[in-house]
Write a protein of this length. Sequence first.
Length: 154
Amino acid sequence: MDRLPEAVLNKFASDFPGPKHETEAERAVRIAARRAEILSFRPRDAAEAMLATQCIMLNMLVMNANRDAAVQPPGSAARRKIIRDAMNLMKQISAIYEHLVARQSRPLGEIDRTMFEALGLGRFLIPEPNELPLDEEAFSAIIVPLHPAPKMLQ
């Protein structure tokens, strides 16, 4: 069973924002570059690819914050706030990356289909390649049962 299906990887790469008036060719190049950037973290499954995507996305925010801080007057309150927010983002990136490295240092456990179905989950989170139509996007049917809404929303 493939723990990192192409559909999931492509979805993560295509979710990165691009320029407003981007052509299809430019979009394809951008997605391919983001996909290569995600793969540079060497993710073994969808969870690790998600962590890599978060690191990349937060790094983009830090670069934008640095750009925004550079146009503010030196010593202004706005500049200090932007720099403080960028420092908090860098701490988050560091924490996510440390979690990713720790996760990659452990072996991946085997998924037992019998146990999975005995728990009433019905089907794998990541369907077998022959179960997912090529034009359908990846989805997760398990997140909702594992994380119910808070009492006030029910």
